[in-house]
Design a binder for this molecule. Structure first.
Ligand SMILES: *[C@@H]1O[C@H](CO)[C@@H](O)[C@H](O)[C@H]1NC(C)=O
Ligand SMILES: *[C@@H]1O[C@H](CO)[C@@H](O)[C@H](O)[C@H]1NC(C)=O
Ligand SMILES: *[C@@H]1O[C@H](CO)[C@@H](O)[C@H](O)[C@H]1NC(C)=O
Ligand SMILES: *[C@@H]1O[C@H](CO)[C@@H](O)[C@H](O)[C@H]1NC(C)=O
Ligand SMILES: *[C@@H]1O[C@H](CO)[C@@H](O)[C@H](O)[C@H]1NC(C)=O
Ligand SMILES: *[C@@H]1O[C@H](CO)[C@@H](O)[C@H](O)[C@H]1NC(C)=O
Ligand SMILES: *[C@@H]1O[C@H](CO)[C@@H](O)[C@H](O)[C@H]1NC(C)=O
Ligand SMILES: *[C@@H]1O[C@H](CO)[C@@H](O)[C@H](O)[C@H]1NC(C)=O
Length: 365
C-alpha cells in the first residue's frame, strides 16, 4: 500500500466523531449515511460498494451498482490484481480483480505463483473478495487448504443480501470438503442441509479443484471435475411460504482462512472446526502463520441478459426481499460515477468499518 494512503486513512481515524448507526431490513439507513455495509453499519463511500445491502440501505438503489461478471481465469503469478486494502477501493473493477477485506496475503514462487492467505494469532484471519459479482455461473478454485484443529479454509459466493454458497474445509479433517448454501442468511433446514465429501487425498498437501456451478435451476458442487452434490431449486421450495429458499442474487467470490477455534467463537463452531487452535503448533511456529494456497480461480459467467454496454447489476426499485429482482444495467459502479449516491463525507465512517471488521467479520455457523 502506498504510504500516502496510510496517512490519509490515519487522518480520517483521528477525525472520526460520529457514532455508528446500525442497519437491518427493518431499520434502514438515514439519507445522510445511506448505505448499509455487509457488517450492518450505515455510511457512505466504501460502505456503498461490495456487500452493501440494498434492503437495509436508505433506498434500494443507495448502494453502488454491482460490477458485472466477466469470464476470467485468475492466476497469481504476482499480486498486482489484488488491492491490499478494501477500504481504498473506488468501485473500478477493471483496476483490481480482488480486494483484501481483512488480514494478510503473500505470494509464493512455487509452480508459477500461488496466493497465500495467512492466519496469525494477531491478524484474526484473512479474507479476499472478488471486485466483480456473478449472477449465476461456474466458479472453480484450485486450492490447498490450511490444516490443524480450529483453522478453517473457505471458498464461497456471497450476495449483498446473504445468499451464499459454500465450500468449507475444517482443518482437522483434511480428507474432506463440506458444502452448504444459505438463502438470505437463512440455512434451509430439513433435507437441504449441508453435504460432506470424504475420501480426498490430503487437502493441505494436494491441490484439488472445487467447483460451485450455480445456475438458475440447480446448484452443483464438484471436486476435480466430478459432481459430488446437486441441489435443485425446485427442491428448495418452502412448503409453508411457497418461496424457493435458493440463492438468486448477484454474489462476490470470497476466499478466506479464518480462526474458528478461538475462545470468542460459539462452542458449536469450535466443535465443528475440530477444536481450539494450538498456537504452539510446529507448523505455525516455523512459518509464523497458518496458510492456505490459491493457485487459480476460474470464473465462467452465466449472465441472464447480454447487451452491448452492460456494466452492472442492480436490485430493481420495485423489488422486495421476498422476491428480489435483478436488473442488468450500463450504470457506473464507481463511487464517483453517475448515479444516485453522491460520495462525500465518508471519512467519519471509516472507524466504524474498522470496528465492525473486528467484531463482525466472519460469518459464523
Ligand atoms: C434492527 O436494528 C434496530 C436498530 O438498531 C434494532 O432495534 C432491531 O432489533 C434490529 N432488528 C433485527 C431483526 O435485528
Ligand atoms: C520470486 O522469487 C524471486 C527470487 O527469490 C523474488 O525476487 C521475487 O520477489 C519472488 N516473486 C514473488 C511473486 O514472490
Ligand atoms: C479503471 O481502471 C482501469 C484500469 O486500471 C483504468 O484504465 C480506467 O481509467 C479506470 N477508470 C476510471 C473511471 O478510473
Ligand atoms: C486497511 O488499512 C487500515 C489502516 O491502515 C487498517 O487498519 C486495516 O487493517 C487495513 N485492512 C487491511 C485488510 O489490511
Ligand atoms: C419455511 O418458512 C417458515 C416461515 O418463514 C420457517 O419457519 C421454516 O423454518 C421454513 N422451512 C424451512 C425448511 O426452511
Ligand atoms: C445506457 O442505458 C440507457 C438506458 O437503457 C441508454 O439510454 C443509454 O444510451 C445507455 N448508455 C450507454 C453508454 O450505453
Ligand atoms: C453502447 O455505447 C456506445 C458508446 O457509448 C453507444 O454509441 C451505443 O449507442 C451504446 N449501445 C447501446 C445499445 O446502448
Ligand atoms: C415499479 O412499479 C411501478 C408501478 O407498478 C411501475 O410503473 C414501474 O415501471 C416499476 N419500475 C420498475 C423499475 O420496474
Amino acid at each position: 500500500m502506498h504510504s500516502f494512503l496510510v496517512a490519509a486513512f490515519l487522518a480520517t481515524i483521528f477525525a472520526a466523531s460520529t457514532e455508528a448507526t446500525s442497519c437491518n431490513a427493518t431499520s434502514h439507513c438515514p439519507a445522510s449515511a445511506p448505505c448499509c455495509s455487509e457488517f450492518g453499519f450505515c455510511g457512505t463511500n466504501d460502505f456503498c460498494l461490495g456487500g452493501c445491502n440494498p434492503f437495509a440501505s436508505n433506498a434500494v438503489n443507495s448502494c453502488r451498482p454491482d460490477p458485472i461478471c466477466t469470464d476470467k481465469t485468475h492466476t497469481f503469478a504476482d499480486n498486482s490484481r489484488i488491492l491490499s486494502n478494501a477500504t481504498f477501493f473506488d468501485g473500478n473493477a477493471s483496476a483490481y480483480d480482488w480486494v483484501v477485506d481483512k488480514g494478510n496475503i503473500m505470494n509464493t514462487n512455487s509452480s508459477g505463483g500461488e496466493l497465500a492467505l495467512l492466519l496469525t494469532q494477531a491478524n484474526g484471519g484473512t479474507r479476499i473478495s472478488s471486485t466483480r459479482y456473478l449472477h449465476y455461473g461456474t466458479v472453480t478454485a484450485k486450492i490447498k487448504t490450511g490444516r490443524w484443529a480450529g483453522v478453517v479454509t473457505a471458498f464461497i459466493t456471497m450476495s449483498d443480501i446473504k445468499d451464499e454458497i459454500d465450500w468449507e474445509f475444517p482443518g482437522a479433517a483434511t480428507t474432506e470438503g463440506q458444502t452448504n448454501y444459505f438463502w438470505q442468511g437463512v440455512i434451509p433446514t430439513g433435507k437441504n442441509n449441508g453435504g460432506t465429501s470424504t475420501g480426498l487425498t490430503d487437502t493441505f498437501t494436494n491441490y484439488h479443484s472445487y467447483t460451485i456451478d450455480w445456475q438458475p435451476d440447480a446448484l452443483t458442487f464438484s471436486i476435480d471435475g466430478g459432481v459430488v452434490r446437486t441441489v435443485k431449486k425446485s427442491d428448495t421450495v418452502n412448503a409453508t411460504t411457497g418461496i424457493a429458499q435458493y440463492p438468486t442474487t448477484p454474489a462476490r467470490v470470497q476466499l478466506s482462512l479464518w480462526p474458528a477455534g478461538i475462545s470468542s467463537s460459539p462452542p458449536g463452531t469450535v466443535t465443528w472446526a475440530g477444536g481450539m487452535i494450538n498456537w504452539d503448533d510446529p507448523d505455525y511456529k516455523s512459518a509464523g502463520h497458518f496458510y492456505a494456497l490459491v493457485k487459480e480461480v476460474d470464473v465462467k459467467c452465466a449472465n441472464l441478459q447480454t447487451g452491448p454496454n452492460l456494466t452492472s447489476y442492480v436490485y430493481d426499485a420495485n423489488a422486495t426481499s421476498n422476491s428480489p429482482v435483478v436488473d442488468y444495467t450500463n450504470r457506473s459502479t464507481l463511487l464517483n460515477g453517475a448515479g444516485p449516491v453522491v460520495a462525500l463525507g465518508g471519512a467519519q465512517n471509516m472507524i466504524v468499518l474498522v470496528t465492525s471488521l473486528f467484531v463482525l467479520f466472519f460469518h459464523v455457523l
